[in-house]
Write a protein that binds this ligand. Sequence first.
Ligand SMILES: [Zn+2]
Length: 188
Amino acid sequence: MNPTLVAINPEEHNVEINLVYASPDNISGRAIYKRPLCLLHRDAEMALRKAVTNAGNMGYKIKIFDAFRPQEAQEMLWESLSDSSYIADPQQGSNHTRGTALDITLVDSEGRDLDMGTSFDDMSPLSHHFSDQVSPKAQANRLLLLNIMEEAGFEHIAHEWWHYALPENEAHALIQSVQLAELNPMHQ
Ligand SMILES: [Zn+2]
């Protein structure tokens, strides 16, 4: 396994995980991952632990929809959408392929997703951070998530309320599938 990637699991990290690209229930309409592996670069894993603590102190839990994404999966998603506002062109590389990005929401103590105004992967202007077209409650929930994640060292991007990544850093190279021979869901 690539030594920079760490497996995230619900018990150890105190998170919920619903990997949407491991089922057909995503924007591409097909399962992109054959195995539901949730992996992050070790730097992102450490920051996630901090975010989980921050969220827990306020009575919330983090739910992860996606984390590390192999290059082939990025290419499959690109074929499905080809809109660079929402999917990084595989030629440029995605922070998901560096293992430093994750897509998340917050759940309350009853396990209910907080109202964020749109679902994850809603590729529309309503999903933009600071959109004033969603309810005030949803705007407040997005800001809550923003505070939790920025305090832990993550940055947000303009178009997707659910996406957070570590600041770009030369230590965070794109991780090629050949480095993941054992784990790569695309080569089984
Ligand atoms: Zn993302």
